[in-house]
Design a protein around this ligand. Structure first.
Ligand SMILES: Cc1ncc(COP(=O)(O)O)c(C=O)c1O
Ligand code: FES
Length: 407
């Protein structure tokens, strides 16, 4: 990309731009508003009041009943770990966890470790459109289960799980329910007061707040054990002096996200659909992965068969377009992502998956430029592909029984 070409950022599920209003709101907390919110003097008191406002702003976006249900943490990963470890410690007689095969590593790696420590981990699989089998889930809900942890929206495909229904089922069985809603908050309306969800994780940097701040929502009367013990911050539920600037930023980001939810549901979704239609019409042998009917409005994960995701990304990057790939060969494993494997996406397609994730800062002109750039990139790479001949793919590469959403 020449220095003059403006970049097009389509990687908002990785992280987002901090909203300019959020930056503005945070700045005083690095300069004159440096008091410790636990101090009783005026320096502390002013910051303490700002944190109370932020807590109310987060509670409002989540539709929580009480501001005290909001615990500020350092990130989504910490919120997930706090929820799961709290449930285990609060109910030591319960040694099982229910989760899915397609969670973020924040949950999956923790569960791998817990399995080594003797806990039983049930990982629900998904079908070829990324959907869960709720009967299989129901059968696992016993009094041996300490917690269910199921993501609201998948970070790679945007597929939504029916977490509200799953939380009702867990409650009926007397089992605690946590959802990693890191990708859902700010993109979908959430009303926790009316749900059976006991705990919910979110992360600031996915909704135009800074990195390094997150929230764990804990419903009132949920049994809870802190991960970090020490000072009495967050009512003794999360020790450590508050990251006040980031918390103030997150509060405002939640307010802005709440005001933009309708825009997300209509305009951002229309841009995503325009991108998807543009690509699917112009490029043969590509399909959308995940559940096309139950998806985040901003996410499109497209499998381009017979080429490598990394090559697509490198060429797009040269044209200033930022997206991401679900393949893991950058980590040296030569394995496609666990999410693609769980859906049974054939290897020749799973290696070529690209995630486009939009935000309210994208425009139609950017989307059209992205499509115009991508089409020749795919053609160029296909000409080099060993699986691609003069007239298209060589042989039939689909796994028997696999049916892409839109072939
Ligand atoms: C679904 C999901 N959970 C958890 C996380 C981790 O959040 P954080 O980066 O704030 O630790 C992410 C971030 O990629 C995510 O997408
Ligand atoms: S994407 Fe590089 S090896 Fe699969």
């Amino acid at each position: 990309m020449s220095e003059q070409t403006p970049g097009i950022y389509l990687d908002n599920n990785a992280t987002t731009m901090v909203a300019p209003e959020v930056v503005e709101a945070m700045l005083p907390f690095f300069t004159e508003q440096y008091g410790n919110p636990s101090s009783i003097h005026r320096y502390g008191d002013r910051v303490g009041r700002a944190l109370r406002t932020a807590r109310a702003q987060v509670a409002a976006l989540l539709g929580a009943t009480h501001d005290s249900e909001i615990i500020f943490t350092s990130c989504g990963t910490e919120s997930d770990a706090t929820a799961i470890l709290s449930a285990l410690r609060a109910q030591p007689e319960r040694r099982e966890i229910i989760t899915t095969e397609v969670e973020h590593p924040a949950v999956l790696s923790l569960c791998d470790q817990l399995a080594k420590e003797g806990y039983v981990i049930h990982r629900l699989g998904v079908d070829d459109h990324g959907r869960l089998d709720l009967d299989a889930y129901r059968a696992l809900l016993t009094e041996r289960v300490a917690i269910v942890s199921v993501m609201w929206a998948n970070n790679e495909t945007g597929t939504l799980f029916p977490v509200e229904e799953m939380a009702e089922m867990a409650r009926a069985a007397g089992v605690m329910f946590h959802t990693d809603a890191v990708q859902a908050v700010g993109k979908l309306p959430i009303a926790l007061a009316d749900s059976a969800i006991d705990m919910l994780s979110l992360s600031g940097h996915k909704l135009h707040a800074p990195k390094g701040v997150g929230v764990l929502y804990v419903r009132r009367n949920t049994r809870f054990r802190p991960l970090l013990r020490g000072g009495h911050q967050e009512r003794g539920r999360r020790a450590g002096t508050e990251n006040s600037a980031a918390i103030v930023g997150l509060g405002l980001a939640c307010e802005l996200a709440g005001a933009a939810l309708e825009h997300e549901r209509t305009t951002v979704r229309a841009l995503r659909d325009r991108l998807e239609r543009g690509i699917l019409t112009a490029v043969p042998h590509c399909f959308v992965t995940g559940d096309p009917d139950n998806r985040l409005p901003n996410t499109s994960n497209i499998a381009f068969e017979f080429i490598e995701g990394e090559s697509i990304l490198l060429l797009l990057n040269r044209h200033g377009i930022a997206a991401s790939s679900g393949s893991a060969c950058s980590s040296g494993s030569l394995e496609p992502s666990h999410v693609m494997r769980a859906m049974g996406i054939p290897l020749t397609a799973a290696h070529g998956t690209i995630r486009f994730s939009l935000s309210r800062y994208n425009s139609a002109a950017e989307i059209d430029r992205a499509v115009d750039t991508l089409v020749p990139v795919i053609e160029q790479l296909r000409r080099l592909s060993p699986y691609w001949g003069e007239d298209g793919p060589l042989g039939d590469a689909h796994t028997p029984g696999f049916s892409p959403a839109y072939a």
